[in-house]
Design a binder for this molecule. Structure first.
Ligand SMILES: NC(=O)c1ccc[n+]([C@@H]2O[C@H](COP(=O)([O-])OP(=O)(O)OC[C@H]3O[C@@H](n4cnc5c(N)ncnc54)[C@H](O)[C@@H]3O)[C@@H](O)[C@H]2O)c1
Ligand SMILES: N[C@H](CO)Cc1c[nH]c[nH+]1
Ligand SMILES: [Zn+2]
Length: 435
């Protein structure tokens, strides 16, 4: 049963424990496994991939079977209903429209003395998309990753996803990939898939940036390969933090908390409320909704370990606690959500009002659902078009402009003990001496 606590000091300790759940001491043994997997794939390529796919996913493949074939891609369309295809189409349209609004634009600025400064944005050459597939299949995550990569103009997009039962990947995942324009798909998941994208194997190309969410093994692997490749953010086990007042509906709040808890036994679901009566009702409602829940066992685990209700004195205290937690998803189920929004500083995505369940954002509102977790929203943001791009600075100086700053540069270079830096300017700007 969801715990209810009322002391702010105790709430802070508990929230810290939940926030740190993916990097606390108990994770050390998982990290050791992940390091071993990364090293093995780096050294042995496909051989290690196949070994770990057998060990962790219980599927035996040959290297030739890793890539999803054209006929399997075609066949996937026969297995999805018209309704599902239409829903994928609607989500694709809305996600694309949202992401097209924020394409980073190159710019140049012309200053005095013919100085030109600017930034030039270019996409990465190769992107690797991780689509989770252990405890659920995620066609929505395919769209959330592939669409921004396409909009950014990435020339080669590679997708990896766990093999699924009976060697076949979920048909909706394959259809979503094709609808988003991704054809190069490999059936491999977990840390081994991240290693393949980071280092390359005989079959899977090394990419420049890896994006996409995943469980603790995937998230630890992304953290460890960062540097060899770029990553989006640490988008690990899902989280929701709901701030609610007496205006909230306990049935909705409970459903929203369970909607994140059902992702993973390490998912987190937290309610901060000013209304002790609501706290009690949500606690009972969660139990009721769990009764016939098809994912009851894993959801109960998440609720037992990382579920919490805190009764607070004011919405200000709720905002303060929420900022310390920096949740992936924040729901403001309060009378005046725009008022409290001003006090919120850290959250991956914010859902305002009682008729905006977080699931709207998961599937088709448009903004990306790949979001930072475990406190990473303090410094990181949702995946976006810019995740697949980088910018080069542009600098052009005329002889007159260089002359004007020549002295200052030489003084700075001398202060750093770097004479060749000074010379590179002096030789261009000093007046020739008369013979
Ligand atoms: N933050 C976000 O934006 C976001 C979005 C969608 C989903 N998610 C999260 O993605 C995750 C999906 O998790 P999932 O498990 O369903 O799929 P997953 O694909 O992330 O993980 C499955 C893989 O984990 C590996 N694995 C499983 N047990 C292992 C073990 N004991 N040792 C080593 N490797 C092991 C297997 O290789 C398997 O293929 C959930 O935590 C969900 O909350 C997050
Ligand atoms: N809530 C997840 C992000 O934490 C995204 C998702 C996909 N499908 C359903 N939910
Ligand atoms: Zn979700």
């Amino acid at each position: 049963m969801l715990r209810i606590i009322t002391q702010v000091a105790e709430a802070k300790t508990e929230l810290r424990r939940i926030c740190d759940r993916t990097h606390d001491d108990q994770i050390v043994h998982k990290e050791a496994t992940v390091r071993e997997v990364l090293q093995a794939v780096k050294r042995q390529g496909d051989k290690a991939l196949l070994h770990y796919t057998a060990e962790f996913d219980g599927q035996i493949f040959t290297a030739e079977q890793l890539r999803v074939s054209g006929s399997e891609l075609d066949a996937a369309y026969q297995q999805v209903s018209k309704e599902l295809l239409d829903a994928i189409g609607l989500a694709r349209q809305q996600i694309e429209a949202f992401h097209r609004q924020r394409i980073p634009k190159s710019w140049v600025q012309f200053g005095e003395d013919e100085i030109v400064l600017g930034k030039r944005y270019t996409p990465v050459d190769k992107a690797g998309l991780y689509v989770p597939g252990g405890r659920a299949s995620y066609p929505s995550t395919v769209l959330m990753n592939a669409i921004p990569a396409k909009v950014a103009g990435v020339p080669r997009i590679v997708m990896v996803t766990p093999p699924g039962q009976g060697k076949t990947i979920n048909a909706a995942v394959l259809v979503a990939a094709q609808e988003a324009g991704v054809q190069e798909i490999y059936r491999v998941g977990g840390a081994q898939a991240i290693a393949a994208l980071a280092y390359g194997t005989e079959t899977i190309p090394k990419v420049d940036v890896i994006t996409g969410p995943g469980n603790i093994y995937v998230t630890l692997a992304k953290k460890l390969v960062y540097g060899a490749v770029g990553i989006d953010s640490l988008a690990g086990p899902s989280e929701v933090l709901v701030i609610a007042d007496a205006a909230a509906n306990p049935v909705y709040v409970a459903a929203d908390m369970l909607a994140q808890a059902e992702h993973d036994p390490m998912a987190a679901a937290i309610l901060l409320t000013t209304d002790a009566g609501l706290a009690k009702k949500v606690q009972l409602e969660v139990e009721r909704q769990l009764e016939n829940h098809p994912r009851r066992l894993l959801t109960e685990k998440a609720i037992a370990h990382y579920g919490l209700i805190v009764v607070v004195d004011s919405l200000n205290v709720a905002a303060e606690l929420s900022n310390e937690f920096a949740p992936e998803h924040l729901e403001l189920e309060v009378q005046e959500p725009w008022e409290i929004l001003e006090k919120i500083r850290h959250a991956g995505a914010i859902f305002l009002g009682n008729s905006t369940p977080e699931a709207v954002g998961d599937y088709l509102a448009g903004p990306n659902h790949t979001l930072p977790t475990s406190g990473a929203a303090r410094y990181a943001s949702a995946l976006g078009v810019e995740t697949f791009m980088k910018h080069s600075s542009l600098i052009q100086y005329s002889p007159t402009a260089l002359q004007k700053v020549s002295n200052a540069i030489q003084i700075l270079a001398q202060a750093e003990g770097l004479p060749s830096h000074a010379d590179s300017v002096r030789l261009r700007t000093e007046k020739p001496t008369d013979e």
